[in-house]
Every structure is written in structure tokens, then in C-alpha cells.
Design a protein around this ligand. Structure first.
Ligand code: NAD
Length: 480
């Protein structure tokens, strides 16, 4: 590949410009075939009154290149300013967040010397869609959205990543023992896609015990793929266990765009002093090279960097009397990496990347037969001491022909028919009506809502109950 690829480069704020200079010097010395277009995002843009922190000309450059190497930016305190990261991630559909967490023991102090894992976090779905409602005086709700295409994208990316980086095992973490449909879909997609990668070992762990194991024995994990919220929590646990924040890198990947950055912030306390560790951004740059199909150059840089660490040439944040040989500044550290280009580490494990860019393709889904079989009507009701039997009787009486009340739950627990008096009830009731025949005609559903209203019952929302190819598309109530 001789053609130079264009990359947008954001020097950012605080220590950003210093570490970016160091990283670009290393990339150029390694002859990475890249053309850089420097863009201004962050503080300067915020000060120009651009609340997103990203001026239009920066967007143009990012969109034209498709790839952004980003140093940290300072997010101003106070309302009205949007995080640059969240904006870029959402605008460019960066569905995967990749966070490698590795210990570089014995050359750098670490509580978990054998740790070398990467968290592959779904970045767009789950509870982060931000769809929240207060439905009754007592009850609030957030929508957890998990989609098949979204799950396929992230799971396939995790396996392709494992292949590109020579990793052996992919662990999926969900809570599908409780959330059988949403987390269950993610787990199911994982099993389906895993079958296409027979050379990679796979396992599934329930997120609670999985997170506990990851905290206590991170060396047991290789690639971990998970949903957005769990991934958010796991990546912080893993980063904490790995040690120095100065090392951590993160990639945000979409189908057409990608952003690579250090995990740490702009560190205003040490800005301009030439003491910052450029490693996080450098590791992010090697991720970028693999992503762009220049794995061999990424490998040269990473191995030179590992040599620098094992030669005891350390920035102040990782300097330890017993382990380090020389305390260096940001640019001197970059010089040391450049001097070692072409060398392989002797103590730390050398990396091997290949030049095949990581790309994922979606497979078309066969059509599904969807059938309406009932409705969950959610009712706000706070009368008669919240007696479920009284509510159940009124609901049942309001149902038109063709549909019947089967169940009432409160916070998911069955309270009608045959509930227990001990169950605590809020003012928010899920009332399940099912078709008496094989299918529920939609006009019958509308008639039900009309009759509930006439019976003085306040429906605050409905969820249609469907089957898909004959399989139930809704969960059972506890005790149903
Ligand atoms: P920070 O990561 O900037 O700093 C935390 C501590 O770690 C500081 O003591 C700092 O000196 C040290 N540190 C961080 N990076 C280092 C490095 N490369 N080498 C040596 N030491 C390093 O976190 P913060 O102080 O909470 O945030 C500062 C600013 O950065 C805030 O405005 C915040 O919003 C922003 N921030 C940006 C990003 C990003 O752009 N991705 C991420 C996190 C925070």
C-alpha cells in the first residue's frame, strides 16, 4: 500500500499538543503512510461560542478523512457545553468502544502482572438512548434498547479484533438470566457469530460474577465483549486494575468513521512542562494503524515502545527507583521510542499484528412473521388502598369480546389473580390482556383502551404483545 491515507489530528488542550507532537514524530519516523490534517476542537472552539466544541471546518476534515486521532480536550464546567467525545461518538455512529488494559510487568509496577485484556463495549444502545419517563407520581422508567443489528456489529467486531490482534479467547458478559429478551438477544447473537470463528475459544459469564472475577483475576480474560452499561463499568474496573492511566488507549469504531484517543484527560496540572506520558495516545495511534490496514507499522512502533519501557526509560508517572533507569520528559521519551524502531522486546512479550484492516459486514436477516396476540396496558391507579383484587375485577369487566385480562403485576410481581397480601404495591400496574383467539385484531385493542378509559382507569402506556415466527416476544410476569 503506497498511497497515503488522510487522518484528521486534534492536538486538543492541556498536555494534548505535547503528547500529539511526540506521537506524530514517532509515526513519521516509522514511515507511517499517513497525511495529517490538523483540526482545532475543544477549548478554543468552546471559547468561540461553539457549544459542541467542534467547529464546522473540523467536522469537514473528520468526515473527509474518516479517521480521527484525538488528544484529550478540556470540557468547560457549567451547563450548555457538550462533551466533544459524546458528540463525535453519537454523530458518527461509532458503535464499538475498544479499551485494551495491559500490565507491563516486570518493567512497570502493576498489581496484576499477567493482565492483558481488552474490553469491547457496545457504544450506542442499551440504557444510553436516554429515553426516560416519569409515568406516575411514584414511578420512573428508562428504556433499554438492544437490537439485533447493533449486537451483531459489536460481537462480530470483537471476533475480528481477536483475529487481527492474535487473541485466543472472547468472553461475552450479559445478565440474560434476568433479562432474557434483551441481554438474551445479545448472548444469542454471540453464540451464532462465535460459530464462524472456530479457532477462537469462547465463553459466556453472567455480568455480576464476571465483573467480580475481572476485578480479582483480570489475567483470566482476553477479549471481553459486552453491552454498553456493563462495558462502561467494566472498562473502568479494568483500567484501575491495570495501573497507570497514562498508558490507557481507546478506539471508537463505526462502519465509516473511527476515532482513536488516550483515555486520560488533558491534565492541566502538568500541561506545558514536558513531563506527560505520551503512551496512551501512542498506543491509540498503533490501534489506528491496525484499523487502517498498516498493522506491520503499528507492530514496529508498539515493539519499540515496549523496548523503551523495558530499558527503564520512563516518564515521571511510571518512574520507580527500583524498576526505572532514567526519568525522561515527553519528547525525550519519544526520541527513545524512535531510536528503538525495528527492535523487538526481550522481557515483555512482542506484539504481532497483520495488515488486514478490521472490517465487518452485516448478513441480511430472513423475514420474520409477526403476530399481535395481546397488550400490556400500564395503569396509574391509587385508589381503595391499592387492593389488586379490586383493580383486577374492574379491568376484567372493562375488556371487550375477543380479549381477556390474564394477569396484573406490580413492579413485575404477579398481584392478580391470586396475589399475596405481603407484596408491596406502587401506583403503577402492568395489566396483561391476551386475545381469546389466535390473533388480536388491532381494533379490539383500541376498543379495550376506550373501555378502560370509560371505566375510569388511566392507561399511561401500552406495550403490544407479539409472537415472532410463533415464539413469544415478551417476558412472563414473576409468578405467572
Ligand atoms: P486527567 O486524566 O486529565 O488527570 C488526572 C491525573 O492524571 C492528573 O494528576 C494528571 O496529571 C494525571 N495524568 C493524566 N494523563 C497523564 C499523562 N499522560 N501523563 C502523566 N500524568 C497524567 O483527569 P481530570 O483532571 O479529571 O480532567 C482534566 C480535564 O480533562 C477535564 O477538563 C476533563 O473534562 C478532561 N477530560 C477529557 C477527556 C478526553 O478528552 N478524552 C477524558 C477525561 C477527561
Amino acid at each position: 500500500m503506497n498511497e497515503k491515507l488522510r487522518v484528521a489530528v486534534a492536538p486538543g488542550d492541556g498536555i494534548g499538543p505535547e503528547i500529539m507532537t511526540a506521537v506524530l514524530r514517532i509515526l513519521e519516523a516509522a514511515e507511517a503512510p499517513l497525511d495529517y490534517e490538523t483540526i482545532e476542537i475543544g477549548q478554543a472552539a468552546y471559547e468561540r461560542g461553539i457549544s459542541s466544541g467542534i467547529p464546522p471546518e473540523a467536522w469537514d476534515a473528520i468526515r473527509q478523512s474518516g479517521c480521527l486521532l484525538k488528544a484529550p480536550v478540556t470540557t468547560p464546567q457549567g451547563k450548555g457545553f457538550k462533551s466533544v467525545n459524546v458528540t463525535i461518538r453519537k454523530t458518527l455512529n461509532l458503535f464499538a468502544n475498544i479499551r485494551p488494559c495491559k500490565a507491563y510487568s516486570p518493567c512497570v509496577a502493576s498489581a496484576h502482572p499477567g493482565m492483558n485484556l481488552v474490553i469491547v463495549r457496545e457504544n450506542e444502545e442499551d440504557l444510553y438512548a436516554g429515553i426516560e419517563h416519569r409515568q406516575t407520581p411514584e414511578v420512573t422508567q428508562v428504556l433499554k434498547l438492544i437490537t439485533r443489528p447493533g449486537s451483531e456489529n459489536i460481537v462480530r467486531y470483537a471476533f475480528e479484533y481477536a483475529r487481527a490482534y492474535g487473541r485466543r479467547k472472547v468472553t461475552c458478559m450479559t445478565k440474560d438470566n434476568i433479562m432474557k429478551l434483551t441481554d438474551g438477544l445479545f448472548h444469542q447473537v454471540f453464540e451464532e457469530i462465535a460459530a464462524e470463528y472456530p479457532e477462537i475459544e469462547t465463553e459466556h459469564q453472567i455480568i455480576d460474577i464476571g465483573a467480580a472475577r475481572l476485578a480479582s483475576s483480570p489475567e483470566l480474560f482476553d477479549v471481553v465483549v459486552t453491552l454498553n452499561l456493563y462495558g462502561d463499568i467494566l472498562s473502568d474496573i479494568a483500567a484501575q486494575q491495570a495501573g497507570s492511566i497514562g498508558f490507557a488507549a481507546s478506539a471508537n469504531i463505526g462502519h465509516d468513521f473511527a476515532m482513536f484517543e488516550a483515555v486520560h484527560g488533558s491534565a492541566p496540572d502538568i500541561a506545558g512542562k514536558d513531563v506527560a506520558n505520551p503512551s496512551g495516545l501512542l498506543v491509540a495511534a498503533t490501534q489506528m494503524l491496525v484499523h487502517l490496514g498498516h498493522g506491520e507499522i503499528g507492530q514496529r512502533i508498539k515493539n519499540a515502545w515496549l523496548c523503551t519501557l523495558e530499558d527503564g526509560i520512563h516518564t515521571a508517572d511510571i518512574y520507580r527507583e527500583q524498576l526505572s533507569r532514567e526519568k525522561v520528559g515527553t519528547q525525550h521519551f519519544a526520541d527513545a521510542v524512535i531510536e528503538r524502531l525495528g527492535r523487538a522486546p526481550r522481557i515483555l512479550e512482542a506484539v504481532h499484528y497483520h495488515d488486514r484492516p478490521i472490517r465487518i459486514e452485516r448478513k441480511p436477516q430472513p423475514p420474520v412473521h409477526k403476530q399481535l396476540v395481546g397488550v400490556d396496558a400500564f395503569v396509574c391507579w391509587d385508589e381503595a388502598g391499592r387492593d389488586p383484587d379490586l383493580l383486577g375485577t374492574r379491568l376484567a369487566a372493562a375488556a371487550p369480546n375477543g380479549i381477556a385480562l390474564t394477569l396484573v403485576t406490580n413492579r413485575g410481581v404477579k398481584v392478580y389473580p391470586d396475589g399475596l397480601p405481603e407484596t408491596f404495591c406502587t401506583d403503577h400496574w402492568r395489566c396483561r390482556f391476551k386475545a381469546t383467539g389466535a390473533e388480536l385484531p388491532y381494533p379490539t385493542l383500541l376498543q379495550l383502551l376506550q373501555q378502560l378509559d370509560e371505566a375510569g382507569l388511566e392507561v399511561i402506556k401500552t406495550e403490544n404483545l407479539y409472537t415472532f415466527d410463533g415464539q413469544s416476544g415478551f417476558s412472563m410476569g414473576q409468578g405467572e
